[in-house]
Each structure stands twice: as C-alpha cells, then as structure tokens.
Write a protein of this length. Structure first.
Length: 584
C-alpha cells in the first residue's frame, strides 16, 4: 500500500474487484470456469504443518476442538478490539490474511458476540470485502456484513458464490441470515459453472415454501425455466418434484413462441429441457394430458428455427473451440431430425449433457413413455449407455435371471448403492424387477414386456451409436480392435484396462493398460495411461476417427507402449521392482 486505503501496483488485486471485472466481461450465463479456477488457485489456503498427534482418537478430537475454540476466541477478540480507522482496518485485514487458519472459519458469528455498534461491524466487513485477497478475509467479511445488514447487501454477498468451496457456503448462509435470499441465490446459480451449482440450487429449493413460490412467479420465464432444469439435474430428485404443476406451467410457458430468445446460453437451456421433458425427470412433472408433448414440440420448434441456427453458427465462428457451442450445434442438428416415435412397452433413448455439466451420457428407459429410472429412483440418475447397453449382455433377456445396473448415484455402488433390474424371460414375456440397492429395505416394482417388441428395441438401441462424440467413438473402436487382436498388447506383456473420453474434455481420447498383469496380490503390477487428441466437432467423421485408431494400432504393432505412455497407477515399490521410475 502506498498510502492508507490505496493499493500499490504490486499488491494483489482484491477478490471482489476480480469478480466484478469478470461479471462486466461476461454479462450472461455462467462465469468462465478457467477464470474462477485461476482466482481460487491464487487464494488457496496454505495449511500449516502440525506436530504429530498423540493419544487416543477421542483425546485427539478433544485437542482439536480446544485448539479451534481458542483460535475462534482469539479471532472474536481481535474483531472486538479493531480500531475502525483506515490504519486500524488495514492492520486487521493484514492480520486476518496472514494469521487466521481455515478451521476458524467453519462456524457462523453471532451478533451477541460483539459489543461494537453496527456501524463499526459494517466498517470492518466492508473493508475486508473491498480489499480482501484471501479466503479468510472474504469469509469473515461476509459473516460480519450479515450481522449488520442494509439494503443492497445481497448484491455484495452473492458475487462470491460462484467461487465455490468455503466461500460459497459462507455466502449462502449469510444470504439466508439477512432474509429474502431467493433472488440472490437464483442469480448466483445462473452465474456459477454448471457442474458446481448443486449447493446453491439446493439452498433455493430449501427456501420457505411461500418464498420459493414467490420466487418462481417473480422470475422472468428464462430464469424460472433455468431453475427447473437445475432442480432436475441434482443428483437426488428434490422432494415434490414429481407431479409439480408449477414447474410444468413454467416449462409450458417457456415453450411458447417468443418466450425464449436465441442467445446461445438460452438455446443451451432449451436443448437440455427438450431432452428432460421427453426422457428425463421433467417428464414426471404435473402436465395435463397432452401438455408434455406440446411442451416438447414447442421447444423443438425453437431449436430448429433459422434464428437459432444463425445465432449458434455466429458464436461458433467467433469461438470455434468452445465445447458447449459444439455440443449445442449437435443438439440443433438432432432437433432437425424426426425422432423415433415412442413405442408401447420399452423404449431406449440416450441423452448427452453439455460438456460444462461434467456429467456422463444417460440411458433413459421409458415404459409406455414414462422414464422408469427417473420415476422410481430418487437418489440418482439413469446410468451410462456403456453400462446399461454394452456391459456384458446389456439388457438382453434370458431364461436365467440377470441382475443389471440401470441407475447410478454418482458414487461407487459398494458405498451408496445403485438402481438395478433383475431381467428374465418366460412364456413370451420379459419381466423386470427393479430395486434401489442403497436402501435398507428396498421396495421393488415389477414390469412385463412383450418379448418380441423388447428384443427389437434392445437390439436397435445397442446398435445405435449416434450419441457418441468423435473421441468417444474412437475409444470404443480402439477397445473393439484390441479386443479382436489381443496380441497387440500381449506381445508387450500388457493388458488393456480402459478406453474412454471424459465428458468435460471431449477433444481427447484416453486409454490405459496394465503391466505385466491386472492388479493382484500375486506380484507387482503397474498401470500406464496415454491420450490422443480427437477434435470435438458437431458431426462425427467416421473416416477421421478410424484414422486416429489406425495410427494407434500401428504404433502398438511397432513400439512398446510402455516407452511412450505415462506411469499412472500401482505403487512406487511395484514400479521400482519392475524397473520403472516412480513419477514425482
């Protein structure tokens, strides 16, 4: 600082200023995740090393509680004794930045803990928020501001929510404390990267019912429809979502001509809702007969409009490598093709989320037009097509009952369970018995299908790979080629482990392999990983994808893959035993 209250050119820029600059440059939709990650990295908490713990678990827990209580008491006292002059505020900010540890920020502060006038509390809070360059300054500033609130504080607090982590939770609690937080939470959810919205979205759904209803009716149609989509995307289906007539009305209104614009971010919302209304959780909303179909048709009309196409093409011309825009162009192309009519009985459809959602494709299993997993599995979503359609025999029905995973919680099944169907065949029928394995006493539901119709639909779905993006297709073809020619790996004493393309990074295909065998307790093993760039484009060029796979196959024939791949699994001990240096 060159003078009281002034910044030196070498001083870090305050977090609030950095966020406001981002908001000025990005007036609509989520803030760029890369820019937010850069801010988070620059303010990451540097944890101090602790001496080795001694004593029993209970003794160590009591010791940590005592340390936390002492640190918190010290912080409260330092706030009480802060001189609310420019120099005093500057010194306090420096103290917080350099001395306050993360554990001290875990709980809220209460007005009763302070004897100062509200104006003094505000002066300290405003200084921390205006000049803060650390997580501690922002968390304490937000907490204090909520103890002496004024009109406009919601706008000051909400801009910190997109940063996520500890700041997000503190800011949400502060908004709840000052009251009428709904509009601010809705704003923050819209400005937060898609894959990190869940904390804010849950806070919106947990609003008092009257405040929640008022929010839904007060928001513009685009924002209210966006909220419905956010609720639908939560890992756990919100209570009361199924059959909700308010949400159905919002989507019905959004589907009317002219209700939504053709800005790319608005079209991305429409594309997600189009899939959700047809195949996902939004199909379960309280639509009157025929309204669901009319809503889907209205959204489709927007997606196939010349104005929508021109808007997306212009955006792609400006930023051709934006993965969400590439996905959106694909969705517009899909909307222009007539979808297969839903048959009576089983229908299988695959939806692909936008890359920024960091979610995997989903296999929707519709029974007479109603999505089964979404209707009967509250704790998760439909599973990936690789699992449902292509793991082993997929959905194939045999006389011998088969237990097939069709729904996923986002956690490993051994921990959180999954949604499964026992599939069997007899007397011209295919029967399913479905259950949630994560429940202590799971309820079961039974369904029966005409066997011929079932077999035809499962065969059609298993052969349909139109949902794949280029790198995803390359991964499948590589897996098939190596499966047909196992000597490609075995000649190097290797065994293929996995091929794939992660949804957030669709321009890259990855594969991994084991040496000299799969993990076991019979001796050392290590895992290697490699990747290959496959441009993410709206339409898959099969010739280009095949060319990528052919080059990898040629390399496997000529070169030991261990010489070019990176060591990514096993242990340092195993790697050294096999003659490989363990990466730093």
């Amino acid at each position: 600082m060159t003078a009281t209250g002034e910044r030196n050119a070498l001083d870090p820029e305050p977090i609030q200023s950095r966020l406001r600059a981002l908001l000025e440059h990005h007036s609509d939709g989520p803030l760029p995740d890369a820019a937010l990650r850069e801010i988070r990295a620059s303010i990451a908490i540097k944890y101090r090393s602790r001496p080795p713990s001694t004593g029993t678990l209970k003794e160590r827990a009591r010791q940590r509680e005592a340390e936390y209580a002492a640190a918190r008491a010290e912080l409260i006292e330092s706030i009480r004794t802060t001189d609310a002059t420019p120099d005093g505020l500057r010194d306090f900010g420096k103290h917080v930045r350099n001395s306050v540890g993360p554990a001290t920020l875990a709980s809220d502060m209460e007005a009763a803990e302070f004897t100062m006038a509200p104006g003094t509390i505000r002066a300290i809070a405003e200084h921390l928020l205006d000049t803060g360059t650390s997580i501690a300054e922002i968390c304490i500033g937000v907490n204090l501001l909520s103890l002496a609130p004024r009109d406009g504080d919601g706008e000051r607090i909400r801009i910190f929510i997109p940063l996520g982590r500890r700041i997000e939770g503190t800011a949400i609690k502060a908004l709840e404390r000052i009251g009428r937080s709904g509009p601010h939470l809705a704003w923050a959810a819209e400005r937060t990267p898609v894959y990190r919205r869940w904390h804010t979205v849950r806070a919106i759904r947990d609003l008092p019912e009257q405040e929640f209803s008022e929010l839904l009716y007060a928001l513009p149609v685009k924002q209210s429809a966006d909220l419905v989509q956010m609720f639908s995307a939560l890992d756990r289906r919100p209570e009361g979502f199924q059959g909700d007539q308010r949400f159905a009305r919002i989507l019905r209104d959004a589907a009317r001509p002219g209700a939504l614009g053709v800005e790319p971010e608005t079209l991305a919302l429409a594309a997600q809702l189009w899939d959700e209304v047809r195949y996902g959780r939004c199909a379960l909303l309280g639509f009157a007969p025929g309204e669901r179909e009319m809503t889907a048709a209205g959204i489709q009309a927007l997606l196939v409009s010349p104005e929508a196409s021109a808007s997306v093409d212009a955006a792609l011309a400006a930023t051709p490598d934006d993965p969400d825009l590439v996905w959106l162009r694909t969705q517009l192309n899909r909307a222009g093709h007539s979808d297969l009519p839903l048959p009576r009985g089983l229908a299988v459809r695959v939806s692909v989320p936008r890359p920024s959602a960091a979610a995997q494709p989903r296999t929707h299993l519709l029974l007479d037009g109603v999505p089964l997993v979404e209707a009967h599995f509250q704790r998760g979503h439909s599973d990936r097509p690789e699992t449902v359609l292509h793991d082993g025999l997929g959905l194939t029905a045999l006389a011998e009952p088969r237990d097939v995973k069709i729904g996923d919680t986002g956690c490993v099944e051994e921990c959180c369970g999954a949604f499964r169907a026992v599939i069997s065949r007899h007397d011209g029928l295919v029967e399913w018995e479905v259950r949630d394995t994560g429940l202590k006493d799971p309820l079961t539901a039974r369904f029966a299908f005409d066997a011929d119709q079932y077999d035809a639909e499962v065969a059609r779905a298993a052969a349909d790979f139109d949902w794949e993006w280029p790198a995803k297709r390359a991964a499948r073809l590589l897996r098939e080629r190596i499966g047909a020619e196992p000597e490609l790996m075995s000649r190097w004493e290797c065994e293929l482990a996995w091929t794939g393309s992660w949804s957030p990074d669709r321009s890259e295909m990855q594969y991994s392999f084991y040496y000299p065998k799969r993990p076991s307790e019979d001796g050392p093993w290590v895992q290697f990983s490699a990747s290959c760039a496959v441009p993410y484009v709206p339409e898959v060029d099969d010739a280009a994808v095949t060319g990528v796979v052919d080059r990898i196959i040629a390399d496997l024939k000529a070169t030991d893959p261990k010489s070019t791949a990176r060591l990514s699994g096993g242990s340092k001990e195993y790697a050294e035993a096999l003659g490989f240096p363990w990466p730093p």
